[in-house]
Design a protein around this ligand. Structure first.
Ligand code: ZN
Length: 255
């Protein structure tokens, strides 16, 4: 039963909002894609990818309308009313029922957002580039609800134990931030790495700081407990394996 292998959001959104990340377990792909790879763009056999997506679709309500993304590490967040072929963007937002917003990841941070009254949801793909250039800000400003009426779950991503970056990445975040106190907070998300001039970056911490600046208190942000690199049994990791599969991160409002 694949449902036992899904990681459901642990948050205070209403039960009509269903949000989960898949693990790599329960599919049919082989070798480096083993086994539940949903990424059609990573070199896996397309027949296997389709079969894996079908496995997930069978576990979920049959009336769900699926919207996929072609992610480009940008900052576009699109509101969807009707589903169609994959959209080029890094975030989806909807107020429609039974419309499932899909983001694929293997280390990047999947950010799930829901209005506390269940009226709207968003699903975002946030690597460091997207985080630095405003994907979180774009996602929250596209929502009608104010920050205090939103809850967020941070799905599985590469954690600071394994996300080594160059000094230019840290500079990029600091340069984009005008407030000195927020800069100081962000600095704490970059601890010096063992290799000279490198840092271990905390994507979860950066996301929490940015969300808090947008009015979403730390107590309304949950998740951020996994490291995709550390947990090879459960997660694909681009940084660890290079050529590898993708997990699905998805959210919908039950109708
Ligand atoms: Zn790790």
């Amino acid at each position: 039963m694949i449902e036992d292998q899904l990681l459901f959001a642990d948050w205070s959104a209403p039960s009509t909002v269903v949000a989960f990340s898949t693990t790599r377990q329960g599919g049919i792909s082989a070798a480096t894609y083993a086994s539940l790879n949903v990424g059609a763009h990573v070199g896996d056999d397309p027949v296997h990818v389709d079969a894996n997506r079908a496995i997930l679709q069978r576990e979920l309500p049959p009336n769900l309308r699926w919207q996929w993304l072609d992610q480009v590490h940008g900052t576009d967040v699109l509101e969807v009313v009707e589903t169609g072929s994959a959209l080029t963007a890094d975030g989806l937002l909807t107020r429609e029922k039974n419309l499932i917003c899909c983001v694929q990841t293997a280390d990047c941070l999947p950010i799930f957002v829901a209005a506390i009254d269940g009226s709207e949801i968003a699903m975002t793909h946030a690597g460091w580039k997207g985080l630095a250039s405003g994907i979180i800000e774009n996602t929250i400003s596209a929502m009608k609800s104010s920050g205090k009426d939103l809850v967020v779950w941070l799905g599985p991503a590469i954690a600071s134990c394994h996300f080594e970056v160059g000094a230019e990445v840290r500079e990029c975040f600091l340069a984009a931030e005008a407030s000195e106190s927020t800069q100081d907070e962000l600095k704490r998300c970059f601890s010096p790495a063992e290799s000279h001039g490198k840092y271990m970056a905390d994507l979860y911490g950066i996301a929490r700081i940015k969300l808090s600046r947008l009015g979403i208190s730390y107590s309304n942000v949950s998740g951020g407990t996994h490291c995709t690199y550390c947990d090879e049994d459960r997660f694909f990791s681009y940084r660890r394996d290079g050529v590898t599969g993708r997990m699905l991160n998805a959210i919908y409002i039950e109708g």
